[in-house]
Design a binder for this molecule. Sequence first.
Ligand SMILES: [Zn+2]
Length: 307
Amino acid sequence: MQKMQSINTYRFILDPTSRKYKCPNCGQRSFVIFIDSQTGEIMEEYGRCDRESKCGFFYHPSKGGFNNSRNSDIVIDKIEIPSPSFHHNSIVEESMQLKSDFLKYIGLLFGTSAANEVQSKYKIGTFQHFNYSTIFWQIDGLNNVRAGKIIKYSESGKRTKNISWMHKFLLHNNFIKSFNLSQCLFGLQLTNNDKTSIIGLVESEKTACIMSVVFPDFLWLSCGAKGEFKLAKLSAIKDREIIAYPDCEIQNNGTSTYDEWKKKAEGFNKVGFKIYVSDLLEKESTLEQKKQGIDIADYFMKEVNGT
Ligand SMILES: [Zn+2]
């Protein structure tokens, strides 16, 4: 637990692989560089010389200036993050007593037994207080319930823009006094029992659920949003083979999510990840589909239905 937390503690981390660069101070190949854990960016000009007694050169990204002192302390930029809070497992079980419109939609697509399977696999809850919205529980590898993300889906699989969180509801109604949200991947708990499958990583929970039915060879997890494709969230599956499927869409700045994830993944892979960002949608989808911003599940379902 402490280990997992320390990953989130620093924005800039020293490259944990044995890769060494030429030190700008002493010229030896003893320079360990920094990585921006939020973006995956490799910061080659920032780092620490391993020859601590002879050189000790240290240049920290957040300092933005050279620091030649041998006594530079790596923890000076530590950001204190409180321990994550967890929901009681009982509220997860309780929330699974009902069927949300999202589960009805899954049932319409694949039949009731498949919908039940998806529900028990991912532990999908229903929240009657918010018009039978769906609760996508985020449960980590130690079975801690880190978050309950609440989204309203219709029976036709369309969602509203609004997202809420279980802890916000509990705080608002004084059921709890405080909650430190520390998210994990949706479906992360499944990596406990399946340690070998390739991980299919997608943006939305819905896509992961559908893909788990139509392409069960992979273990499907969701990072929750395109901006949540980041080192801290992925660190729990660092040792796994991962194929990432970003939604096919053009962002406001003209770049695609595919481009963004691909660039990030290149950085992540330099520190030991094994992520391949799939270009299937970029290559295969029509212009019309791109405009709609389709995801891998949309694509598969169209293939299945032959439309
Ligand atoms: Zn040096």
